[in-house]
Design a protein around this ligand. Structure first.
Ligand SMILES: [Zn+2]
Length: 84
């Protein structure tokens, strides 16, 4: 088994998607941001999700500066994970 086979890209996707909301909203520290940035550069499916979330967050933040309710946020993440 090669290292390419043992590496599970979907695990990276899972982790990136979990942090993506915070990435979009600029809540992450520099190290975590760069990890996600690297993943987005190499993973088009997550990059698509990022673009969608960035648009979504921009839309929300223009209407309401407060944080999204946890349940709504969780439902968005679940829907995105199913599509990745
Ligand atoms: Zn990915």
């Amino acid at each position: 088994m090669t290292s390419a086979e043992t590496h599970n890209p979907h695990a990276d996707c899972q982790r990136s998607l979990e942090e993506l909301y915070q990435y979009v909203d600029d809540w992450l520290d520099g190290e975590t941001r760069s990890t996600i940035r690297q993943h987005l550069d190499s993973c088009t499916s997550c990059e698509d999700v990022y673009r969608f979330q960035a648009t979504f967050v921009a839309m929300i933040s223009t209407k309401c500066r407060s944080e999204l309710p946890d349940e709504l946020r969780r439902r968005i993440l679940e829907a995105l994970e199913e599509s990745c």
